[in-house]
Design a protein around this ligand. Structure first.
Ligand SMILES: Cc1cc2nc3c(=O)[nH]c(=O)nc-3n(C[C@H](O)[C@H](O)[C@H](O)COP(=O)(O)OP(=O)(O)OC[C@H]3O[C@@H](n4cnc5c(N)ncnc54)[C@H](O)[C@@H]3O)c2cc1C
Length: 246
């Protein structure tokens, strides 16, 4: 048992996504057959063409390429938010198996996330938070015992006393159209800090692989006025600068 931090990495992605997307877009406007398209796109760098496509907002071709991320060190609270994105695919660590760690005589069964706002309150606040997590660990252990310590079956009900802070791990796949939508909502200052940190790191990583596809990606205000209207964070210039240099 202990505190843990966000870790995200790209596990796999569509090979040469910009070439594939250029091929799909060119098919829409060209009389060439598939062989002709393949030959055409492999002859020159397709990145500028793809950049133009993104500016036009012709987005169906970008659905052909996807990225798969390994994510850990995030809370169940984040899980509730990210899984609202219906066009993404998820595999999530089951809490019914958390008891397996304890069986191996490790110190506790659940890792947890500490919000930066609590961390910023200083050592006393952090110690109190840690004690509360330890208390929940004990409640959990107590219920596992009272439910017969039968593994999966007892864990599945004992976990009801675990907090939103409990760590989870997942593998998530999104196509590029969904990623652009996800970044628009979740990189915004109005999004909750943990999912914003995750989305921003995901964007930084995909930009390394496909810079033209993601050159305009980020919160809604990168493309024009703030879509949050009266709820605006009021920091548009700072936000734009941050994502330009990500
Ligand atoms: C700042 C913020 C605060 C939020 N607060 C709350 C809250 O208080 N309570 C709450 O319940 N949720 C809240 N949400 C979640 C929000 O309501 C959405 O569920 C979440 O952002 C997923 O967005 P989406 O449906 O656009 O995306 P996705 O599910 O990723 O879908 C992408 C797009 O596909 C299309 N689409 C997908 N499914 C359908 C469908 N069935 N029918 C038609 N079109 C579809 C839509 O155009 C959609 O925008 C919040 C989100 C944000 C960013």
């Amino acid at each position: 048992m202990g505190k843990t931090k966000l870790h995200v990495e790209i596990l796999r992605h569509t090979l040469e996504p910009e070439e594939l997307i250029a091929m799909a877009a060119k098919l829409c406007y060209s009389s060439a057959d598939i062989d002709g398209l393949k030959e055409g796109v492999s002859k020159k760098d397709q990145a500028p063409f793809v950049g133009k496509l993104m500016n036009l907002g012709h987005l169906s071709p970008v659905e052909h390429a996807s990225f798969t991320f390994g994510i850990e060190g995030v809370s169940r609270s984040l899980l509730a938010q990210i899984t609202r994105h219906r066009l993404a695919s998820f595999s999530v660590k089951s809490q019914r198996y958390v008891g397996e760690v304890r069986d191996r005589k490790e110190d506790g069964v659940f890792n947890y996330i500490i919000p930066p706002s609590i961390e910023a309150l200083g050592e006393d606040a952090i110690a109190e938070y840690d004690r509360q997590m330890e208390q929940m660990q004990q409640w959990y252990d107590g219920w596992v015992e009272r439910l017969g310590n039968t593994g999966e079956k007892s864990n599945q009900d004992a976990r009801f006393v675990l907090p939103n802070a409990s760590e989870t791990k997942m593998i998530v796949t999104m196509n590029i159209r969904e990623l652009l939508h996800f970044f628009e909502l979740r990189c915004c200052e109005r999004a909750q800090w943990e999912i914003r940190a995750l989305a921003t790191e995901m964007l930084r990583q995909v930009k390394d692989i496909a810079p033209y596809l993601f050159q305009q990606a980020g919160p809604g205000c990168l493309k024009g006025s703030c879509p949050e209207d009266k709820m605006t964070c009021g920091k548009m210039n700072e936000v734009r600068e941050l994502f330009k240099n990500l």
